[in-house]
Design a protein around this ligand. Structure first.
Ligand code: AP5
Length: 211
């Protein structure tokens, strides 16, 4: 399985990619996680990309493409979460796939209105130890530390102004990719306002993985 999850911030790309990865064994490749790990490492590159991340801006394409490349080459089956984010990145992905003689099976567009997204992002908590994503109301962190020891933290870019900025970039630059993949006949659309398990079911069905 080689799929791309497209969708605005808070649609649940990370949440669904984790669940689908657990169910199918496909590798979850999240460019946002790669960016945050690089920043946390304190490297020179991490310091350079921190300002983009914190403002809610896209990190320059050439940096992101080079961060992605080894992951694509290492796994046969993957779910891309947060990449591609614009036409240039979509073309770079096509080039990388050609080089490794692979094809994209589907791009899944996860649809939800902006109001709901802001509410989801404001309540998001991420486990610092496991990377698992939770929501204070819709999917609360477990109280049992054997399940997930946490701590459960808020992301630096989940602040109102950065959220609005990220959503604008999504509508301007990422949303047009729906047409890019629709023209190739591999776009599927899923209603991301449903419950977390319902969205998982719909995505698995859309990509032909539902048993
Ligand atoms: P990234 O980490 O990709 O962030 P994002 O695009 O802002 O997406 P989010 O993680 O906010 O949303 P999501 O859809 O994954 O939602 P989630 O599952 O967490 O990127 C961060 C930064 O890195 C970018 O701003 C940029 O600087 C850089 N970057 C990354 N990729 C790049 C690229 N390709 N090019 C350039 N720069 C790049 O869910 C959100 C919340 O909702 C959670 O609390 C969850 O529990 C809850 N939730 C999810 N689904 C449901 C549901 N169905 N019902 C109720 N609650 C739900």
């Amino acid at each position: 399985m080689r799929i791309v999850l497209l969708g605005p911030q808070g649609a649940g790309k990370g949440t669904q990619a984790q669940r689908i990865s657990e169910k199918t064994g496909a590798e979850h490749i999240a460019t946002g996680d790669l960016v945050r790990a690089e920043i946390k490492s304190g490297s020179e590159l991490g310091q350079k990309i921190k300002e983009y991340n914190d403002r809610g801006d896209l990190v320059p394409d050439e940096i992101i493409v080079e961060m992605m490349r080894p992951y694509l080459e290492d796994a046969d089956s993957w779910i891309l979460d947060g990449f591609p984010r614009n036409q240039h990145q979509a073309e770079a992905l096509d080039e990388m796939l050609k080089e490794i003689d692979a094809e994209l099976d589907a791009a899944v567009a996860m649809e939800a209105p902006d109001d709901l997204l802001v509410e989801r992002l404001s309540g998001r908590r991420t486990s610092e130890s496991t990377g698992r994503i939770y929501h204070v109301e819709y999917d609360p962190p477990p109280e049992d530390s054997d399940v997930d020891p946490g701590p459960f933290v808020q992301r630096e870019d989940d602040e109102a102004e950065a959220i609005r900025h990220r959503l604008k970039i999504y509508h301007d630059q990422t949303e047009p990719l729906k047409d890019y993949y629709a023209d190739r006949g591999i776009l599927a659309t899923v209603d991301a306002t449903q419950s977390i398990p319902e969205v998982t079911e719909d995505i698995l069905e859309a990509v032909g993985e539902k048993p």
